[in-house]
Design a protein around this ligand. Structure first.
Ligand code: FE2
Ligand code: FE2
Length: 171
């Protein structure tokens, strides 16, 4: 067994092989590296990226809280499982972004009234929220001059695209 570490969320993973996706943040396999090779170079955040990360943090917190709400109201096991997992992944994204901002991870509420009572409405809202996150992060990626921030936004855009595909054709 080997020790891996995710370059995006910096969580560890124990296994024989790197997983196809980070079990915590969903980053794709190339970001799962052996922990002994792990290194994030020091960098200074620009004001532009600081503002963009702060905006991204708000989006991730809101999306995580939406998903926990949707999970609690879903009328079938598969969608409740999906929404709960998405809530945990978006919570991990908020922690990841907070790490880059060098601030504590924000609190995520699990019982906010911020979703529909109808599962199909929540599938549609999931799709709209993921699409909105992707468009914001694509803009932020274009404005980031720090290699590390480029890497983080690029990886998170890939993950949110994976999430978008989950609800394709479902509403
Ligand atoms: Fe990760
Ligand atoms: Fe996210």
């Amino acid at each position: 067994m080997k020790v891996f570490k995710c370059k995006i969320c910096q969580e560890g993973y124990l296994g024989d092989e790197a997983p196809t996706h980070c079990p915590f943040c969903g980053a794709h396999q190339p970001y799962m590296i052996e922990a002994k090779d792990f290194e994030i170079p020091e960098y200074t955040l620009t004001d532009v990226s600081r503002n963009n990360l702060e905006e991204a943090l708000k989006l991730e917190v809101s999306n995580a809280e939406f998903y926990f709400c949707a999970a609690s109201r879903s009328d079938n096991v598969a969608d409740a499982t999906m929404f709960k997992r998405l809530g945990k992944i978006e919570s991990e994204h908020s922690s990841t972004i907070a790490k880059e901002l060098k601030i504590p991870s924000p609190d995520i509420s699990r019982d906010k009234d911020m979703c529909s009572d109808e599962n199909v409405g929540n599938l549609a809202e999931s799709h709209q929220r993921e699409a909105s996150a992707i468009s914001h992060y694509t803009k932020f990626l274009g404005e980031a001059t720090e290699g590390r921030i480029n890497e983080v936004f690029k990886a998170i855009i890939e993950i949110e695209n994976d999430h978008l595909s989950l609800t394709e054709g479902r509403f």
